[in-house]
Design a protein. Structure first.
Lengths: 131, 32
């Protein structure tokens, strides 16, 4: 569901949703709670990847783990070289863990990060799960 | 596919809630 907020026509929306920079995109869950914020321009594919990350975050925060995992997987499949991909890999693993309580998926992540995204900050976040 | 942008935030929030769909808000200052 898309809502347009142009600074000249809808200035009040900038204050209402704490938007202080353009372009910005906010993704809210169905209850109107902000779940994702993207500020600044991005190339088309990066932008699409981040929009899908936003939808994945909506599912994750509603504890719909299966949908979240599917959406993060889709980001990895469609945009494997995007800047969003390492974060998608991280949260895909966490979503799977949340739905199964199987911690082995977390212990497998450090190796996956070393192989695919070793320089990502998300690789550092998985280091604690290395055995 | 042409996007049908909503202009009213309250109506958009209500519709998102009714349809149980996320709401995307595009904040722009670009010339029309």
């Amino acid at each position: 569901m898309p809502l347009e907020a142009h600074i000249k026509e809808h200035a009040a929306y900038f204050h209402r949703f704490d938007s202080v920079w353009t372009p910005s995109v906010l993704i809210l869950d169905p209850n109107g709670k902000e779940r994702y914020r993207l500020e600044g321009y991005l190339p088309k594919d990066e932008f699409r990847a981040h929009l899908e990350m936003g939808l994945a975050r909506v599912a994750f925060m509603s504890k719909d783990w299966a949908t979240a995992e599917d959406r993060y997987t889709a980001v990895l499949q469609r945009y494997p070289n995007s800047k969003a991909a390492p974060e998608a890999l991280y949260w895909k693993g966490v979503s799977h863990y949340k739905s199964t309580n199987d911690h082995t998926v977390l212990s497998e992540l450090p190796e996956q990060f070393q192989e695919k995204y070793p320089d990502s900050i998300w690789a550092l976040k998985t280091a604690a799960w290395m055995h | 596919m042409k996007v049908q942008w909503l202009k009213d935030a309250d109506a958009a929030l209500l519709e998102a809630k009714t349809r149980k769909q996320p709401l995307l808000i595009d904040f722009s200052a670009a010339p029309a």
